[in-house]
Write a protein that binds this ligand. Structure first.
Ligand code: ATP
Ligand code: MG
Length: 264
């Protein structure tokens, strides 16, 4: 069975989609079978992976019961578009609405080692569906003032999902993203997160760079566009696998990839 990781934040623009895209890139290059699920009506993940905008079926069709999850997998991605906003509204009125994604993904979970779910920038029904479908939650925070409040709010939703619907759910970690450690903002954000969440905060901090916007625009992985920056995500992937049970063999594959891509 796959390890299913929901990537969430209370705020917009904390690098969730970039994290899902790039972790998927690193894992796939290490031959770890990885499914990426776009659960945001903005459809950014689908764009970052350069899927055609009219690709069908999408996650909206899956959540509405019009398609099976396996039919909606395109190049190991389940895409989303604006029709997901409508699907979310429809789900809202149904019994078991929080369980829809969990049920839908059981059909594909056996095909993958890791499933990454990209949540929208709100803590509403879609994010709750991701947390009920997942066994781990990865919270991203932008390295700014108020990072701590945002993470605390996301953590409350994780705890709510665990206490009410998904007792297996645990925190995978808190990721400080878009950081410029030369600034006081970023250093204080990291310090406050470490004080509050200790070891739960990943050692890896993802550095801010304009190169991410460029690589998103070109739908090119940062691993190819700027391998020096991509190294942050290689290190993050290593930490992620370290925190997953039974992922020792996958870590071996990742180490081999890292050795190949290290500068000589
Ligand atoms: N490490 C980084 N440094 C600088 N810019 C980044 C970095 N990571 C992502 N970005 C850029 O920041 C913007 C937001 O990133 P991304 O889309 O990954 O965030 P998000 O949390 O998914 O946003 P949303 O909440 O809208 O879904 C994008 O333009 C992206 O290219
Ligand atoms: Mg996003």
């Amino acid at each position: 069975m796959a390890h299913t990781i929901a990537v969430l934040s209370q705020k917009g623009g904390t690098g969730k989609t970039t994290t899902v895209r790039t972790l998927a890139d690193v894992l796939r290059r290490s031959d770890v079978r990885t499914l990426a699920v776009d659960l945001d009506p903005q459809g950014n993940l689908s764009d970052y992976f350069d899927l055609p905008t009219d690709v069908e079926p999408t996650i909206a069709d899956v959540l509405s019961g019009r398609a099976q999850a396996e039919e909606a997998v395109h190049e190991d991605i389940i895409p989303a578009n604006l029709s997901l906003a409508e699907a979310e509204l429809m789900m809202g009125g149904k019994m078991g609405r929080e369980l829809t994604l969990r049920r839908a993904l059981t059909g594909v979970a056996g095909e993958y080692e890791v499933i990454l779910i990209d949540c929208p920038p709100s803590l509403g029904l879609l994010t709750v569906n991701a947390l009920v479908a997942a066994d781990r939650a990865l919270i991203t925070a932008e390295a700014q003032y108020f990072a701590l409040q945002g993470v605390e709010q996301a953590m409350q939703v994780v705890e709510l999902a665990r206490d009410s619907l998904n007792p297996q759910l645990t925190l995978l970690g808190v990721l400080l993203n878009l950081a410029d450690m030369r600034t006081v903002h970023s250093r204080e954000a990291l310090l406050s997160l470490r004080e509050r969440f200790g070891e739960e905060v990943f050692d890896t901090v993802i550095r801010a760079s304009i190169a991410y916007a460029e690589s998103a625009e070109r739908a090119t992985s940062i691993l190819d566009h700027r391998p020096d920056l991509g190294a942050d995500y290689m290190a993050l992937a290593e930490e992620v696998l370290e925190r997953l049970p039974d992922a020792g063999e996958a870590r071996g594959r990742l180490r081999r990839l890292a050795a190949q891509s290290a500068p000589t």
